[in-house]
Design a protein around this ligand. Sequence first.
Ligand SMILES: CC(C)(COP(=O)(O)OP(=O)(O)OC[C@H]1O[C@@H](n2cnc3c(N)ncnc32)[C@H](O)[C@@H]1OP(=O)(O)O)[C@@H](O)C(=O)NCCC(=O)NCCS
Length: 209
Amino acid sequence: MQTKIEKISPLSALAVNNIEEVSQNGIEFLSFREKLSFANISKSDKRREWKGARVAIKSAMDCISLPYPGFFKDEHGKSHPMDGYGFVSLTHTKGIAAAIFHKDMPVGIDLDFVREKVVRLGPKFLDPSEMEFLNGNPVLYTIAWSAKESIFKCQGKRGISLKRNILLEPFEIHDSVINGKVYQSEFSDHFYKVKVEMDKDIVLTYTIW
Ligand SMILES: CC(C)(COP(=O)(O)OP(=O)(O)OC[C@H]1O[C@@H](n2cnc3c(N)ncnc32)[C@H](O)[C@@H]1OP(=O)(O)O)[C@@H](O)C(=O)NCCC(=O)NCCS
């Protein structure tokens, strides 16, 4: 997937970066607490992914002319700006990291490689009605997985099940926006729009408003 920094609106931006390309970037912009967290990650590939996501959020914030506030994690693992203004979401996987920021609205972002095995895992994260329209296609299954992860991260609470509490409306391979909702939970009837971008075998999804 191409490295990019994209202004979605004056209030929101996202960045995708190749982890190798940013491996030489400095980390002086991180808060003291973040530098400590970074220092405590022992595995080198995990360190690079973690840093790649922070470099991405820094670029996204630069793009809408906002200072990097530093982020802390809540008890669910979701990051929040230390100055209390805005919403962030991060994702990283082998070789690639992405982040999204919105000044006013919660956001979720996710990156995944298309894998055949996702079809086998379908019953763990999909409702039977979703499996019907996904038709055993690994690309559609990966998009569905990623869209649900983005919705999950946007709402941010651990108790929400991808299978039982997040439902996607039927979509097709070239659809660029998917509709979904959280249901049968205390957060019921929260509706989401998820943007889908594909590049070769990589799926990027993120919530939009
Ligand atoms: C938390 C979760 C969304 C992370 O997703 P992932 O694909 O493993 O990893 P990603 O790289 O895409 O995202 C990692 C980032 O998610 C963020 N994150 C973690 N918990 C989060 C939460 N509760 N809400 C929002 N964001 C969260 C963190 O910023 C993390 O990055 P960091 O550790 O560098 O800070 C995922 O592990 C999860 O719990 N999914 C839903 C639960 C589920 O039902 N899973 C199994 C179904 S079969």
